[in-house]
Ligand binder design. Sequence first.
Ligand code: TXA
Ligand code: MG
Length: 378
Amino acid sequence: MQTILKNTEDPSSIREASRILKEGGLVAFPTETVYGLGGNALDPSASARIYAAKGRPSDNPLIVHIAETSALEELAEEIPEKAHQLAEAFWPGPLTIILYKKKIVPDATTGGLSTVAIRMPSHPAALALIRESGVYIAAPSANKSGRPSPTTAQHVKEDLDGRIDMILDGGPVGIGIESTIVDLTEEVPMILRPGFITREMLSAVIGPVELDPTLAGITESENAPLCPTGNGAASPAGPQDLQHPKAPGMRYTHYAPKGELTIVSDRTTPERVTPAVKKCLQHLIREALDQGMITGIMTTGENAADYDIFKDDPHFRLILLGDTDNGQTVASHLYRALRECDDRGCERIYSENFRRDAFGSAIMNRMVKAAGHRIIYC
Ligand code: TXA
Ligand code: MG
């Protein structure tokens, strides 16, 4: 299959993409979070094609993207007042709401669940596509399953060229990590996936909001080794692997770069990259380079100079992520940086920890998953 690539500034692009969607084809398109791989959400064969193109297990449900709040009534049953309040406050935007589904939504789209995930994206190209095509668009992130989510059209092309009908290029996305998912079928609304819309922001609108208990432990592992370990040993699988998160997609290993990624954090001051963290990282990098490993460090512009001591080693790779104090810049570079680790042949990757306040916890959630829960504490 030949994949058409068009820029969203090309006036014919949305029209052509809409035609493809109406005919049951697949179009990757930009959203404010990450690029999505879209198909007609009410057409089971389009959903089946999405799973096949991504190589995704078909029990992992898709998010249905809408452009008008009135679509809620068409897709969902028993819509609580809180859904309307959240829609009013955060849509269009990076929030996905889980509700009981109506029959019109096929099991192929919801992975057989009785609930459906719904979101109204704010990216103008995404809204234009939903409106012009007249279809509700089922769209997971437009990466091959297991790869980091795409934040540029080029990333989509790397993963899905020849497997889908069209890619709409709208430039790099703004936020860089996937939407917050909140489940309104629980007695107390529950966050199943953290994102740009934080628990505090949700609570301010609808009162108490819980976190899926499997997320609470995601950044901590009691058995994590201390630095320096001498052999860079990884902590054993974290608590998330022992319990079942409610969003099926949170169960799978995600975003893992090919090289072994380990995060170093200060147990007493996890919100900062302390001198102890830097010392530990320098120790681990030296050790890996001495073993002849191609070794990357994920760090920010402010801290990059701390690794200048390695810059003449041909096996050393500096992977930059944005500014330490600006979570938004770290998020928007995160998936690009994980892909860069692969592109530059990293066999070992070490990363500084990032802030865990509010949006920071969503970033660390993705980082810790990418690292397969390998955290070293100092
Ligand atoms: O920002 C986003 O949400 C992006 C853009 C393209 O909109 N989409 C996205 O889709 O991240 P995906 O498929 O990569 O992740 C969807 C997540 C998965 O973890 C899936 O298990 C969960 O949402 N999910 C979908 N429907 C669900 C449901 N009915 N109940 C629980 N979890 C659900
Ligand atoms: Mg995804």
